[in-house]
Design a protein around this ligand. Structure first.
Ligand code: ZN
Length: 192
């Protein structure tokens, strides 16, 4: 279903991407990677404790508390520390964590999120959310709408070199250029 998939990629995936990014930070702390901020965390927060067990305290920085929060959800989903470590270790190549691989592990590809979850989910970027909301109501200022309002007097899609007129449906579904962009992004995220 094109709608479901498109919006799902457009916004919901941002939360999984954020999760993957947090897991990468946790993994770097776990392997004590030779990076300044990792050393700093070991010296200031961990003090020889384990990143998978440490609890955030009152007075700890917001970033640190968020990181610990991001740790607990995938721990539950994967069924524990050993499982999560094993999964993450498969995403770690040449001393680098492959974000797209972590993303793939935690993205329920077959799961189509209902629209209201997609739009009003807590971890979306406000700007994406707003554009999505406008697009759903066909209130984006695309050229067909501007033409109807008399604001412009031509209507040609600039992305696919003026071969078609620009409307919401054209931009999101029919335009050959945006289609190529979507396919590239899906390929990058290893999605079918
Ligand atoms: Zn086009």
């Amino acid at each position: 279903m094109l709608w479901g998939k498109t919006w799902w990629i457009g916004s919901f995936s941002a939360s999984i991407w954020n999760l993957a990014s947090a897991l990468r930070s946790l993994w770097y702390i776990h392997v004590n990677k030779e990076i300044l901020w990792v050393k700093w965390i070991h010296g200031n927060y961990l003090k020889y404790r384990d990143i998978w067990h440490v609890m955030a305290k009152k007075g700890d920085s917001w970033m640190w508390r968020q990181l610990i929060k991001c740790r607990d959800k995938p721990l539950n989903v994967t069924g524990g520390i050993d499982n999560l470590k094993q999964i993450l270790s498969t995403c770690y190549k040449n001393s680098k964590m492959q974000l797209s691989a972590v993303y793939t592990v935690f993205s329920p590809v077959s799961h189509i999120v209902p629209w209201y979850n997609t739009v009003w989910g807590k971890l979306n970027f406000p700007k994406h959310l707003f554009v999505l909301w406008l697009a759903m109501q066909n209130r984006l200022f695309t050229q067909d709408i501007l033409l109807r309002r008399g604001a412009i007097n031509t209507n040609a899609c600039l992305l696919c070199a003026g071969a078609a007129s620009e409307s919401r449906n054209h931009l999101f579904f029919d335009c050959s250029y945006s289609r190529d962009v979507w396919l590239t992004i899906m390929d990058w995220l290893k999605m079918n």
